[in-house]
Design a protein around this ligand. Structure first.
Ligand SMILES: [Zn+2]
Length: 245
């Protein structure tokens, strides 16, 4: 059982490494397959034996082997988180449930990081989430869970949009965030999506307050909403999938 766990974790880390490629290249419209990994500073190709998730970062103390340029801490963190998601899912859920979880959390991780970096959510990733959700909704015969979740999420955030618009003449989040809430509602179901929206609003306000206090942003700066939505959604799902209705 321990061996299975170790292999699951390693596979997760390898997938995490691939997600890093998507996060880095997709917003720049670069191919995610060719060319192979290369250093962003010296542009030298990274050979496969120096491209081992987590291990390379630790052995090279976070620097490029050739030019000693600093490698972003984002790379090992995404690898580690993905490894943990894989290990968690295969310990907690049955096989179809686990596959659903790792597929969705993988794409959501990419969406969160791209929105954090670029303040945009690629449509192609949201479409991919939708396709996976439709497949598993049909496979699990779970139509009401998905439908009520989507309606609850979009209804609640739609109401928040309207109230904020009437009171402050401001849009609280982007159109992409609205679609993301719809997708998270399909995955989580009606109760969990409501808790998720509430928790993510709280997280965003706290993060905003801290950044204002540290003078990293101005009062008028926009905050990406997808990262806190996704952190909340995955946490709530992991804490108790039974309330996912
Ligand atoms: Zn380099």
């Amino acid at each position: 059982m321990l061996i299975v766990g170790i292999f699951t974790f390693i596979f997760g880390c390898i997938f995490g490494s691939f997600y890093n490629v998507i996060i880095y290249r997709l917003p720049h419209h670069q191919s995610i397959i060719f060319p192979g990994s290369h250093c962003p500073y010296c542009k030298k190709e990274i050979p496969f034996y120096r491209n081992i998730p987590l291990i390379t970062y630790i052995l090279q103390v976070g620097r490029c082997h050739q030019c000693k340029g600093k490698i972003s801490l984002q790379y090992p963190i995404i690898e580690l988180i993905t490894g943990i998601f894989w290990l968690w899912s295969f310990n907690q859920y049955n096989i179809s449930h686990a596959v659903y979880f790792i597929l969705i959390t993988g794409i959501l991780t990419c969406i969160a990081m791209i929105d954090f970096d670029q303040m945009e959510i690629p449509i192609i990733l949201m479409l991919l989430v939708l396709v996976i959700e439709i497949f598993f909704t049909i496979y699990n015969n779970d139509y009401y869970h998905s439908l009520y979740g989507a309606l609850a999420g979009i209804g609640y955030l739609g109401a928040v949009f309207m109230v904020t618009w009437v009171l402050f003449k401001k849009q609280p989040a982007g159109f992409g965030d609205l679609i993301l809430v719809l997708l998270l509602g399909i995955w989580l179901g009606p109760i969990s999506i409501l808790i998720t929206i509430f928790l993510s609003a709280l997280l965003t306000v706290i993060a905003w307050g801290i950044l204002i206090f540290l003078q990293k942003i101005n009062h008028n700066d926009r905050m990406p909403f997808a990262p806190s939505l996704i952190i909340s959604a995955i946490s709530i799902y992991m804490i108790n999938p039974a309330i996912s209705f």
